[in-house]
Design a protein. Sequence first.
Length: 112
Amino acid sequence: MSLSKFFVLSALHHKPMHGYEVVQTVDRTTKGCCSPTEGTVYPMLNEFEAGGYLSAHSEIVQGRERKIYALTDKGREAFQTAVEAWLEATDCIVAGKAAADALARSRKQSRS
C-alpha cells in the first residue's frame, strides 16, 4: 500500500470526514511531509469506496452538501494490516541504518 493511501486510511481511522477534510488532516498529521491534492485524494476515496473499504453518505457541512466517508470493517482490517506492514518496513529501515552506522564507525576506527 502506498504511503499516501496509508495516510488517508489513517485519517479516516480516527473519524469519518469529507474529502477536503481528509486532505487537510493528512497534511497536518504528517507536518506537510505528505500533502496530497484533492485531485489525488478523491479518486483514492472512490477506489476505496468501490472496493468496500469505505462507506459514504451525504451531509450538509457549513452550508454545503459533502460526501462523508467512513471506514467499513473491511477498511479497518486493511488499515490494521497496513499498520503492521509499515511497522515491519520501519523496523527494517531502522535496522539497516543501525548496521550502516556500525559499519561506518568500524571503518572510521580502523583508519585511526
